[in-house]
Design a protein around this ligand. Sequence first.
Ligand SMILES: [Zn+2]
Length: 110
Amino acid sequence: MPCTHKIFPRKNLGLYLFSRLCTLRPSDTPVGPLMTTKTKRCSCCEQTLPIAEFGKNMQTPDGLSYYCRKCAYGKQQAYRKANPEAARAARRRYLDKLKERNRARAESPR
Ligand SMILES: [Zn+2]
């Protein structure tokens, strides 16, 4: 369990916001067991894999994707094939977001 604090609702598409409490965790709290020893069963291929094999998804109870990276990738590919329009639109939105972010950074350098 990476974080038991309440996750803020998703405001911008694809952007997950972490609880502030988590970013302010005391330094003696172990950080990182997440990527090492634990395993999780993939809901798709039903293999038990190290959780490093799972992507992040803050909407699930444990903060990890239901599917292993391979299955998630396969599902994404299948979705793109089945919905080329939606996939293109999603990519465009993603690139627009990046562009917007880069522009904002260029305009207000630290
Ligand atoms: Zn899998």
